[in-house]
Design a protein around this ligand. Sequence first.
Ligand SMILES: [Fe+2]
Length: 153
Amino acid sequence: MSVHEAPGLYCWLPEYSVGHDVVDKQHQQIFTMINELHTAIPLHEEITIIKKVLEEMADYIEYHFDTEKSYLQEMPEFAGHEKLHWEFTQKTLQFATEYYRHPRKELLYDIVSFLAYWLKDHIKRIDIEQFRLYHQRQGATNQDASPPNGSMN
Ligand SMILES: [Fe+2]
């Protein structure tokens, strides 16, 4: 078994936490889906399986980007963040189109590596920082909204 074929190769680690349960769970789910794609590669003869896994993952990632947007869209930093999501989606689409045109295992391994690398790098460099700012602003807003004595009663 080559390193390519090791099961559970790509996993979410606590250091990837953005401090937001919903978003962390979605990131975990994306890692699970990358592993599913990885596991499906040896079943390469079944193009329909690969296609289904790829399409489900693309749908889920789109849904996940919408979730991040719902929390972060008011922040000025989010414009650049959204551009990165867009570039990622375009690159993934290019990969998928290339694969459907000329299906081969090597390309699928490249897709899996790209997805996993991009996700880890993006979470660590972008998501964690933006959610830190988001929590900071939420905290400031909640404090502003509190009565002067700090009690809600
Ligand atoms: Fe993001």
